[in-house]
Design a protein around this ligand. Structure first.
Ligand code: NGS
Length: 278
């Protein structure tokens, strides 16, 4: 049968190498003038499957990665990001899918809870072993910055143009991070309490340390990012309080207590879109 034939072919495929050898070291700055018109062709030209998924045709990727992006009201940034990141991820020979998790409700943005939702929704689609939690305004500059999981949770965006490529503080775990599914489950994901800007990434960092893991980073010349410009968010007033009290909630606030309603789920050509009521 045709099905049996497909199975034989699939099993003949070799494993892709963990890190492709021919990775160039640097890339062009993203094309900021990209528009919806160009995006229509991207999925076709790059053989992207419905929902913004892809896997290498010639080998079996050793990385199954869900890329989860919290989102609201950043249309242009999303277009720039998508047009840049798909070709980037394909050069790294990953099996990946892009999830855009959009807060469908007004009021303060809850980045961390959206990331928890992305985790839960991704696992309904495929048993991803690696998760990348990623802001939409971050553009990786080096192909050697693999969008895959290391043994320890990794802070990926440690060398950022807006910080003049310096790490502002050692514990920073914001922007773009990679963590194994098992590790995310172990730390009970993110806190759901952080409405408004700030602190949720610091809380996540404490959860990881609290579970005996250590953070890792690639060298600054690899972990290099450009941030797309936008107005700065207003920090929330209760972020320090949430952070202080957060330590007592590691077990009782996280993916194990996550409650939300999916308003819409659409498999768009370049991403899986989940509109959610938190
Ligand atoms: C800290 C925030 C983090 C934030 C980091 C970098 O102060 O959430 O700054 O922000 N922590 C608190 O507010 C408690 S940045 O300069 O990239 O805008 O990620």
């Amino acid at each position: 049968s045709p099905h049996a034939l497909a199975l034989v072919k699939e099993s003949d495929k070799p494993l892709c190498s963990l890190i492709p050898k021919e990775l160039e070291t640097s890339l062009q700055y993203p094309n900021e003038s990209v528009r919806e018109y160009d995006l229509k062709y991207l999925a076709h030209m790059h053989n992207i499957a419905e929902g913004g998924a892809w896997e290498p045709p010639q080998c079996i990727s050793q990385h199954q990665v869900a890329i989860v992006i919290p989102y609201r009201n950043r249309t242009l940034q999303l277009q720039i990001f998508l047009s840049y990141i798909h070709p980037f991820l394909q050069k790294q020979m990953l099996n990946y899918r892009i999830f855009i998790i959009e807060q469908g409700t007004k009021g303060a943005f809850n980045r961390a809870k959206l990331l928890n939702v992305g985790y839960a929704e991704a696992l309904k689609i495929f048993p991803y072993h690696c998760f990348i939690f990623h802001d939409v305004d971050l553009i990786p500059q080096k192909l050697s910055n693999m969008y895959a999981c290391t043994h320890q949770p990794r802070h990926m965006s440690s060398s950022l143009n807006t910080f003049r490529y310096n790490l502002p503080y050692e514990q920073l775990f914001g922007g773009a991070v990679a963590i194994l599914q098992k590790q995310f489950e172990l730390v009970n994901g993110f806190s759901n309490f952080f409405y408004g800007w700030g602190g949720e990434d610091d809380d996540f960092q404490s959860r990881i340390i609290n579970r005996g893991m250590t953070l890792c980073r690639f060298p600054p010349d690899v972990a290099r990012y450009t941030m797309l410009s936008h107005a700065k968010e207003l920090p929330s007033d209760n972020r320090f309080l949430n952070l202080r009290l957060g330590r007592e909630r590691f077990e009782t606030d996280g993916v194990n207590t996550l409650k939300y309603t999916v308003i819409k789920l659409v498999y768009y050509p370049l991403y899986t879109w989940v509109l959610v009521d938190l």
